[in-house]
Design a protein around this ligand. Structure first.
Ligand SMILES: NC(=O)c1ccc[n+]([C@@H]2O[C@H](COP(=O)([O-])OP(=O)(O)OC[C@H]3O[C@@H](n4cnc5c(N)ncnc54)[C@H](OP(=O)(O)O)[C@@H]3O)[C@@H](O)[C@H]2O)c1
Length: 342
């Protein structure tokens, strides 16, 4: 059995779910791949940091954070005083970057990823900030270091979006994409169709753990804009800054408009589009009336992405529902790729 040591930066909804599954349903897949996983370090913003070279007690770590207590005291040996120190010192093979998204600058996650790659760690992330703002440079750095920078769960949770295009569409060029990629607004809009208020639907998304830490980033279209830029970077090789996205959120939509659209045969969804025009790739986020029957029409928190290619026409992929488990699965699938393709 090969031993793989993980350091987690961020131990929120995704981190705790991932940690739980490492000891639960992921154990079989990891065993089958011939690996034994230990989490040797965890960093948070307000719940402390801890390193244990032998592996942290994950159940205790979850209990501490879930009851609002600090991880300090859980570690063994010399403990780090900052996230930077943890990344510099933790005995680890892979850094899992799952801290809060900063949609304006992508920091400090980009610095976490860069520091870990420079140190010779692989990096797996669900944080779309580093992908949207700095994917080209981070992939190049990872290549120079002979390491992986993988981010399958940054868009559509664990649904294979980046892997689909990179690994299954050999020879194709992506001309454009359109998607309903923000689970929170998908859920809110579909609950508004059923007569629920936007506030009550947002509370449901928060209870499910799928809303961003600051849910204004969902409602105002920032999360969708950053995802659009991450897709533009990975699928189309284009650098588009999230602030350059033509962005309109769902803030001004009323329940009346949403229900009227449904009566008239359409669902209102926050749609992100990327298209190449001339030499430029443009990304746009808008509430749109999507006709019933269009593949973009999902139900509830469903995410849908349609990718237009030169050789394979338009293809699509749907994520039924959207749960934190699906995001955690994306981290596992990236981890297994590192194990299988060293
Ligand atoms: N939830 C989902 O379904 C989902 C889906 C796809 C992608 N993502 C992405 O995955 C990431 C994590 O999401 P989440 O739902 O787990 O978020 P979350 O519940 O808000 O947790 C964020 C975690 O990051 C920590 N953190 C924040 N700033 C930090 C910093 N500067 N250094 C170290 N740790 C820091 C927080 O510490 P404290 O606990 O001390 O505040 C917390 O442990 C985000 O980037 C999100 O966009 C989430």
């Amino acid at each position: 059995m090969k031993d793989i040591r993980l350091a987690l930066v961020g131990f929120g909804n995704v981190g705790r779910c991932f940690a739980q599954e490492l000891r639960g349903s992921y154990a079989r897949a990891l065993r089958a791949a011939g690996v034994k996983v230990r989490v040797t370090g965890i960093a948070t913003a307000r719940h402390g940091l801890a390193i244990d070279p032998n592996g942290l007690a994950l159940y205790r770590a979850r209990r501490l954070v879930e009851s609002g207590r600090s991880l300090e005291g859980l570690g063994r040996g010399r403990q780090p005083g900052s996230v930077r120190q943890l990344i510099a010192r933790v005995p680890a093979d892979v850094l899992v970057e799952i801290s809060t998204l900063d949609p304006r600058h992508g920091e400090p996650a980009i610095s976490h990823v860069r520091q870990a790659l420079n140190r010779g760690l692989h990096v797996v992330t669900a944080n779309k900030g580093p992908v949207a703002f700095a994917r080209g440079a981070l992939v190049a750095l990872a290549r120079r270091k002979g390491r992986f920078f993988l981010h399958e769960s940054a868009v559509m949770d664990g649904t294979p979006v980046f892997n689909l295009v990179e690994r299954c569409l050999a020879g194709c060029q992506v001309i454009g994409f359109r998607g309903t990629l923000n689970s929170t607004t998908n859920l809110i809009l579909s609950r508004m169709e059923e007569g629920l208020s936007a506030d009550a639907a947002l509370a449901e998304a928060q209870a499910l753990g799928i809303a961003e830490a600051d849910p204004r980033n969902d409602v105002d279209g920032w999360d969708a804009a950053v995802k659009g830029c991450a897709l533009a970077a990975a699928l189309m090789g284009a650098t588009v800054a999230p602030r350059a996205v033509s962005r309109r959120g769902m803030g001004r939509l009323t329940a009346g408009e949403v229900r009227r659209a449904l009566r008239e045969g359409a669902r209102v969804r926050l749609v992100v589009r990327g298209e190449r025009r001339g030499g430029m790739v443009r990304v746009r986020v808008r509430p749109e009336r999507v006709p019933l029957g269009d593949p973009l029409v999902g139900a509830g928190a469903d995410n849908v992405l349609m990718v237009e290619t030169d050789l394979m026409g338009e293809i699509g992929i749907v994520e039924r529902g959207s749960t934190v488990d699906q995001t955690a699965y994306g981290l596992l699938s990236d981890l297994l790729r590192i194990v299988r393709e060293p």
